[in-house]
Write a protein that binds this ligand. Structure first.
Ligand code: NOJ
Ligand code: CA
Length: 520
């Protein structure tokens, strides 16, 4: 990593994250909804898989029109999860185990129920008049954005950031149109107050012991900013504040464009199911590469572009899934899931495992939308711990569970998989422990693609750190394949699906296999 002035928390060098959707992890008071006590009880579980850090989806007070991404009080956790004290205890328990916890910060919008918005809707000017992006007439809507209209005494339309109950907080316009006085510059008082307030929110939780934030829609804050220049500048300002006050705090953006976010001072950015990364080509399209009949070349091309531009400023992180995407198991199954994890856990950047993906939990088809989940609801079903009542998630009646459980009698669970050495769970545990032993495989090891040709298997890349080089060979296809390689293969440190053979510079590998080879 090149030196720059910004701090890079050391703990990210080998971090492996586990995303917890708190609603669905473990319910300890039989109300059908997961809670902090449940997460605390399962920290040892998360650690036993090998994960070192947790990202927890929003847990703040909210009317839950968007599963908590519609915050109504940034300083108080939602009662259903516990108290602020319980969350502090969760941080302490994680730290006692050497783990870290990221909260989910939603800086782009609030709920309409937030007291700031209630004040902002008033006709009389007040402290919150400019907290949101308002036009100055009900008859004018902000160009290119949906708006909330006709619900305020104030004459104006309020810009919407996502769902219509999520008004956009005002960080200003990058280049305000002088003819539209309501478009405020980034350095105007209203936008500056919003930014200061968001820093206060971060300070509050970091002081309590949280280790950083996953930032929701991080690229959306400054308006009229198609290249993200204003938003990058805004995040650089936040980075400077964190470097000063909380140098070990880690920041990961939901942006999906590392060239921009990492320049903005984020330590990490996700590749996502939207944006330019071709992430879906690998896991979620008609013919995903990891199902054995797809193409990774466009992904690799884009990855290398981003890596060259920004991969030395921060980490490009590839998640197994998240609460917004279809479950991995909807498109990738059986041994292909293991090969997909051999990829996820050997790429640069910090890997993120979505709760339940470690046991291959399925997308639950046909469930009614819960808390604004719509099609995403099927990926948010209760964690399947064992074969007891409600898969061990809750002792509430089944009809009261947050989202219905996967009804499949053969649904996977943690108990069975931890008892079976051949399970996906054990494969992932193995892969993480190998990653932990080899810096070349960790966040900052370099990557060089050896083979990533169009419509070709296997995918082959070399990971390097210092003196250590490791060749990763992934063949999810149904046939034996070869590639030429001018190095020599040393010890095989991971192998799934059979032996790799090398003869006259040609490496041949079996169908449906994955392997890592020392290659110094
Ligand atoms: C992205 C979050 O991941 C998603 O769940 C949410 O609905 C939107 N942002 C709006 O906050
Ligand atoms: Ca509960």
């Amino acid at each position: 990593m090149k030196k720059n002035n910004s701090r890079f928390p050391k703990w990210l060098d080998n971090a492996v994250f586990y995303e917890i959707y708190p609603q669905s992890f473990l319910d300890t008071n039989a109300d059908g909804i997961g809670d902090f006590q449940g997460i605390i009880q399962k920290l040892d579980y998360v650690k036993s898989l090998g994960c070192t850090a947790i990202w927890m989806n929003p847990c703040f007070e909210s009317p839950f029109g968007d599963a908590g991404y519609d915050v109504s009080d940034y300083y108080r956790v939602a009662k259903r999860y516990g108290t602020n004290e319980d969350l502090k205890h969760l941080f302490e328990e994680a730290h006692r185990r050497g783990m870290h916890v990221l909260l989910d910060l939603v800086p782009g919008h609030t709920s309409v129920a937030h007291p700031w918005f209630q004040q902002s809707m008033k006709a009389e000017k007040n402290e919150f008049t400019d907290r949101y992006v308002w036009t100055d007439s009900i008859w004018e809507s902000p160009d290119g954005y949906a708006s909330l209209r006709g619900i305020s005494d104030r004459d104006g339309s309020c810009m919407v950031n996502f769902f219509s109950h999520q008004p956009a907080l005002n960080y200003g316009y990058y280049r305000p149109d002088p003819k539209k006085k309501w478009q405020q510059p980034m350095d105007a008082d209203g936008p500056q107050a919003t930014l200061q307030t968001m820093k206060d929110v971060m300070r509050f939780w970091l002081k309590m012991g949280c280790d950083g934030f996953r930032v929701d829609m991080a690229g959306s804050l400054v308006k009229g900013d198609p290249d993200g220049k204003g938003t990058i500048r805004l995040w650089q300002n936040v980075r400077a504040f964190l470097d000063q006050e909380f140098p070990d705090a880690a920041m990961i953006s939901e942006w999906g464009e590392p060239d921009k976010s990492l320049l903005g001072g984020f330590h990490m950015d996700f590749l996502l199911h939207f944006g330019p990364s071709h992430y879906n080509d690998l896991f979620r399209c008609e013919h995903p590469f990891f199902s054995g009949n797809g193409d990774a070349s466009a992904f690799v091309k884009k990855y290398l572009e981003s890596y060259e531009k920004s991969g030395r400023k921060g980490l490009i992180c590839i998640p197994s899934g998240n609460h917004d995407m279809d479950r991995l198991a909807r498109t990738i199954s059986g041994v292909h899931q293991k090969i997909a994890f051999a990829f996820l856990l050997s790429m640069p950047g910090a890997p993120f495992i979505y709760y339940g993906d470690e046991i291959g939990m399925c997308y639950v088809e046909g469930v009614t939308s819960v808390e604004g989940g719509y099609g995403r609801t099927g990926s948010r079903s209760p964690m399947q711990w064992d074969d007891a009542l409600n898969a061990g998630f809750s002792s509430a009646p089944a009809s009261e569970l947050y989202v219905p459980l996967d009804p499949d009698p053969k649904r996977p669970n943690v108990k069975t998989q931890t008892e079976d050495p051949d399970s996906l769970w054990h494969e992932i545990q193995r892969l993480i422990s190998i990653r932990m032993e080899h810096p070349a495989l960790q966040s900052k090891g370099e990557i060089q693609f050896i083979q990533a040709k169009k419509n070709t298997y296997p995918l082959v890349y070399l990971r390097t750190a210092g003196q250590e080089s490791i060749l990763v060979v992934l063949n999810p296809s149904d046939r034996e394949v070869s590639f030429s390689f001018d190095g020599s293969l040393g010890e095989c440190i991971y192998s799934l699906g059979g032996k790799t053979k090398m003869k006259n510079g040609q490496v041949t590998i079996p169908a449906r296999s994955a392997s890592y080879h020392i290659c110094n």
